[in-house]
Write a protein that binds this ligand. Structure first.
Ligand code: FAD
Length: 505
């Protein structure tokens, strides 16, 4: 029997993951990618001998003690990746220029905070105990066992039962960093904890994994990581066509009125390719409203696209510095004396400075790669500026980089006089290279983890068509992209009455 032909649009992690698992299960897949590289948002680029990165901070499931590790390991050799686990999550520099060490090790963090302020022991213990409760992986085991689309009532009950102390989670989900910091009697702890992530539950999730050293940074950076999936896909005899931007998803009537099926794609250059199944692993909005011309949108989906918040994009400042910073931590949070206002209207009270002294592969010997991401939601400003006045666009990028260098130089001795590379990516850069809506780096905002449900991977009036990636799961992210591709392969296998295989056939 001939194999079913599947076209996947986009060689980001979601597309590569779906491609690998479908190849393993006897489908004939082909990925069409607009760019000339795999990975989508999980990328790096070269400039003046530096590798510019900023995507993966820590890979959830980097250690075998986390259930996700074994899923990653189905596609890439996890034991061959060199993961770096930082001893501090952040070092926070307060406005009064004191450094707070947010240790990843919970015992160390607890003792350190209690030494600073014994009178705050109750608040500290409440927080640390809460983080420990999040380390239980039983809920993950239920969640990762099968796609959410296959869940029955019993699975949901199990998931809720195993979700560590639901009440405790709700408590921290409803608490902002400001509210948390107000609980401390000690002024230094109160000031430092204002820089924790809001809601505090998100801060706790990250700490819970860092303590167990299960969310390490893969040495070599993001593109190197993406290329591992590309390699696996090619080993499985998958085919990728780069520089192949898809402009249309072709559909034909499927017998009954008002029901169509996807039958292939058309590229920007006019070439058409036929398939039994089409998967979009690219920007959701472009897929629904342009490639499908808005023909299959339904009310709920339309409401989502009209009303839901997006995750921000970035003004991403990367610096190459002709100096090492071996005594500095991996990430500094610098609270600014005065808020910083940028030309696009964004205002920042602090800077996050990532000092990649732990990944020497990103810089020439004796030098350091440093990255300062600034979140912004004003895509329109950057897009209009670049298209109307390219010179001004470049000038504003330079002015912003200079300002940031001044501010960071106060805390990193010798930074300014040793700069030998500056690169500024804007929301337009993210849009140009990945075509994500407004340059969003993580799709939909995860406003409330208890309420945000996955968006359906299928459109009700279009058969043989699926969507995966960061636009079908609020919050987006690296594990989400990977899992959505894997989940879809299981869904397709079930439809085709195949048992799902996770190894090379
Ligand atoms: C700087 C940065 C920091 C991040 N930090 C984190 C983090 O700490 N933790 C975390 O979990 N996540 C993080 N993310 C987010 C994470 O990388 C993404 O959510 C995830 O990689 C999305 O994967 P995807 O496959 O869904 O989409 P994408 O990576 O966007 O892939 C889509 C692919 O489709 C291609 N494409 C688009 N349109 C077309 C077309 N018409 N034809 C053909 N191909 C097309 C694109 O070129 C792209 O390759 C970060 C991202 C960035 C950029």
């Amino acid at each position: 029997m001939s194999k079913k032909k599947v076209i996947i649009i986009g060689a980001g992690l979601a597309g590569l993951s779906a491609g690998c698992y479908l190849q393993m299960n006897g489908f004939d897949t082909e990925i069409f990618e607009a760019h000339n590289l795999p990975g989508g948002l999980i990328t790096s680029w070269k400039r003046k001998g530096y590798t510019i990165d900023g995507c993966i901070h820590g890979l959830l499931g980097s250690s075998p003690s986390h259930p996700l590790y074994h899923l990653w390991n189905e596609l890439i050799e996890m034991d061959k990746i060199d993961f770096y686990d930082s001893d501090t999550k952040f070092v926070i520099i307060t406005k009064h220029n004191r450094r707070f060490f947010e240790y990843s090790n919970l015992n160390r963090l607890e003792n350190y905070m209690k030494e600073i302020s014994p009178e705050d022991s109750t608040v500290i213990e409440d927080f640390i105990n809460g983080v420990r409760k999040l380390q239980d992986t039983k809920a993950y085991e239920v969640m990762l066992k099968k796609p959410r689309e296959f869940f029955n009532v019993l699975d949901y009950i199990k998931m809720i039962k195993f979700t560590p102390m639901l009440g405790v989670m709700k408590k921290w989900l409803n608490m902002s960093a400001e509210e948390f910091s107000n609980q401390f009697k000690n002024p230094f702890l109160s000031e430092a904890t204002k820089s924790f992530i809001s809601p505090i539950l998100f801060e706790m999730f990250v700490l819970s994994e860092m303590d167990l050293r299960r969310s390490g940074y893969p040495i070599g950076g993001s593109l190197k990581f993406s290329k591992l999936f590309e390699r696996k896909y090619l080993e499985l005899c998958g085919k990728i066509r780069y520089n192949s931007k898809v402009s249309k998803i072709n559909t034909i009537p499927n017998g009954s009125p008002k029901l169509d099926k996807a039958c292939g794609i058309t590229l920007e250059n006019g070439e058409t390719y036929n398939a039994d199944i089409v998967i979009s692993a690219m920007d959701g909005r472009t897929t629904i409203f342009h490639l499908l011309n808005g023909r299959y949108v339904y009310k709920k989906l339309l409401d989502i696209y009209k009303t839901k918040e997006l995750n921000p994009s970035l003004i991403n400042i990367s610096l190459g510095v002709n100096k090492t910073f071996e005594n500095e931590p991996g990430t500094l949070i610098i609270n600014l004396e005065h808020p910083l206002s940028l030309q696009d209207g964004s205002i920042y009270n602090y800077l996050k400075v990532r000092i990649f002294n732990y990944d020497p592969t990103l810089a020439p010997k004796g030098k350091t790669f440093i990255n300062i991401p600034l979140e912004t939601k004003n895509f329109e400003f950057w897009s209009e500026l670049r298209s109307e006045n390219r010179e001004k666009y470049r000038e504003i990028k330079t002015v912003i980089a200079e300002k940031i260098i001044e501010l960071v130089d106060i805390h990193l001795d010798g930074l300014k006089r040793n700069i030998d590379m500056v690169d500024v990516a804007t929301p337009v850069s993210y849009h140009r290279f990945t075509h994500n809506w407004k340059g969003s780096i993580q799709g939909w905002a995860n406003e409330n983890i208890f309420e945000n449900k996955p968006i359906k991977k299928e459109l009700p009036k279009l058969q043989n068509f699926y969507m995966i990636g960061q636009w079908v799961q609020p919050g987006g992210g690296v594990p989400t992209a990977f899992l959505s591709g894997r989940d879809l392969a299981q869904i397709i296998c079930k439809r085709e009455r195949k048992s799902f295989k996770r190894t090379k056939i």
